[in-house]
Design a protein around this ligand. Structure first.
Ligand SMILES: [Fe+2]
Length: 389
C-alpha cells in the first residue's frame, strides 16, 4: 500500500511500553512483507498473537487444472455455477490458474471461516451482493463493483449480507498486488495521470475488537495446502495499528477512464499489477472522437499474455453475436489472434459512448483450465468469428 494510515490507539513511539487499563502490556505484531524490507504494519493485540493450541491439516476437494490444449479461445458462463450454499473462502470454484495466480468464481451466502492466505495477496472483485469483511485491521463494507485487496497473511472473514448472495471473482496471487508502479511517485504517491488516487481507496477506519473472543480457529492457506490453527485467543483483539500495509477496497465506479481521439490501448485501463499478471477495468466512457474513428477495438495478438475478460454489467458491443452475457468470462490465449465479432466494427461507428463494465486479468504465463470452467463452457465460442456457433 502506498500510504500511511493509523487506526485506533498506538503509543507515541514504536516498540515502547503500551499498557492496557489493567497495567499489563499489549502485544505487538509487526507484519512486514519482503522480509521486512518493504511495507509493514505494527498491530497491538490484547493477547499474544502467537498462542496456538492445535494445528490440523485440512484436505481440500481436489480442483484440477489442465492445459488449454488444443489451444482454443474459450467462453465460460459463470452464472451456470450457482450453488445452494457456500462461503467466500471454501466455496471457490477454480476456473483458471498458473504458477502466478489462481482465478476462481464463488457465489456465497454464508459467513466464511476465519482465514488467512499465507501464499499471497488476494484480490476479490464483487460482481453482485454486499458483504462485511472483518479483518485484524478493521472492517470493510463492500458491494457490487468493489475490488478488495487482502494482503498476504491478513486474518479475515467474509460475511455476506442477508439480502442476496455475493457473486465474486477471486484472484489468489503468489505474491503482492497493488497499483501499477508507473502510477506512483518514487515515494509512493499517486501521480496526476493515474486513473484513481488515494481518495478512492477505502481502508479500515477503526479497530475491529471482539471482547473476550476466546479460542478461535483460523484456516491458513499455504503453499502446500491448508492448515487449521486453533488459537488460545480470538485474533480480533487489536486495539490499534499503523503502517502502510492493510486491506482496502476500491470501487470500479471510481476508476476514471482515459479516452482519446483514437482507440486507446489496453494499458490505459490498468488498475492493479501482481506477480505475473495485470488487472484492468473497462468502465462506461466516451468513445474515440476523431471524425473517422472506429470505436470497436482492432484485432489484436496478445503475444505474451493470456487475456481473461469478465463481463460484469452493460452491453458488450464488440462481442455481439458471440453469446457473451453478464457473468461471462472469455479467455483469449497467447497464440490466438482475436478481435470484435463479425459486424461489430461497422456497428460501432458513430457510437458516442459505452455503458459496459468488465474486469480483465492478463497473465504472462499460460493459463490452465479448471473443472469448473469446463463445466460452464460454451464450446461453440471459438467459431464465432467465422460466423458459426
Ligand atoms: Fe483482447
Amino acid at each position: 500500500m502506498p500510504y500511511y494510515r493509523v487506526v485506533g490507539e498506538v503509543p507515541r513511539k514504536r516498540h515502547t511500553q503500551f499498557r492496557k487499563p489493567d497495567g499489563s502490556l499489549y502485544a505487538e505484531e509487526l507484519m512486514g512483507v519482503e522480509g521486512f524490507s518493504s511495507d509493514s504494519a505494527l498491530l497491538y493485540h490484547e493477547h499474544a498473537p502467537t498462542a496456538i493450541l492445535d494445528v490440523v491439516g485440512v484436505d481440500e476437494p481436489e480442483q484440477k487444472l489442465v492445459a488449454n490444449h488444443p489451444l482454443k479461445p474459450r467462453h465460460f458462463k459463470t452464472h451456470k455455477l450457482d450453488v445452494t450454499s457456500a462461503d467466500l473462502v471454501t466455496g471457490r470454484q477454480l476456473l483458471l490458474g498458473n504458477d502466478d495466480v489462481r482465478i476462481s468464481y464463488v457465489v456465497a451466502d454464508s459467513p466464511s471461516p476465519l482465514y488467512r492466505n499465507a501464499a499471497g495477496d488476494e484480490l476479490v472483485y464483487v460482481e453482485a451482493g454486499a458483504a462485511t469483511v472483518e479483518t485484524v485491521f478493521g472492517v470493510l463494507h463492500v458491494g457490487a463493483g468493489d475490488y478488495v485487496v487482502l494482503p498476504t497473511s491478513t486474518t479475515h472473514r467474509w460475511i455476506p449480507s442477508a439480502d442476496e448472495p455475493v457473486r465474486a471473482l477471486v484472484a489468489e496471487a503468489r505474491g503482492h498486488v497493488g497499483p501499477p508502479r508507473r502510477y506512483l511517485s518514487v515515494k509512493g504517491q499517486f501521480l496526476e495521470h493515474a486513473p484513481y488516487c488515494e481518495r478512492d481507496l477505502r481502508g479500515p477506519t477503526q479497530p475491529h475488537y471482539v471482547a473476550d473472543g476466546g479460542e478461535a480457529q483460523v484456516l491458513v492457506r499455504h503453499r502446500a495446502g491448508c492448515t487449521r490453527y486453533t488459537y488460545a485467543h480470538h485474533p480480533f483483539d487489536v486495539v490499534g495499528w499503523d503502517g502502510c500495509l492493510y486491506p482496502y477496497a476500491f470501487s470500479i465506479h471510481d476508476f476514471e477512464p482515459i479516452t482519446g481521439r483514437l482507440h486507446q490501448p489496453p494499458p490505459v485501463h490498468q488498475t492493479f499489477e501482481g506477480p505475473g499478471f495485470v488487472v484492468c477495468s473497462f468502465v462506461p466512457r466516451l468513445f474515440d472522437y476523431h471524425p473517422q474513428a472506429i470505436p470497436a477495438p482492432y484485432n489484436h495478438a496478445n503475444v505474451d499474455s493470456d487475456e481473461v475478460l469478465f463481463y460484469t454489467q452493460g452491453e458488450f458491443m464488440s462481442r455481439k453475436g458471440a453469446g457473451i452475457e453478464v457473468g461471462s468470462i472469455s479467455l483469449h490465449p497467447s497464440g490466438h489472434i482475436h478481435g470484435p465479432q463479425p459486424g461489430s466494427v461497422e456497428a460501432s461507428i458513430g457510437k458516442a459512448s459505452t455503458d459496459e463494465y468488465a474486469v480483465m486479468i492478463d497473465t504472462f504465463r499460460p493459463l490452465q483450465i479448471g473443472d469448473a470452467a469446463t463445466a460452464c463452457e460454451d464450446t461453440g465460442y471459438a467459431w464465432s468469428w467465422a460466423g458459426g456457433r
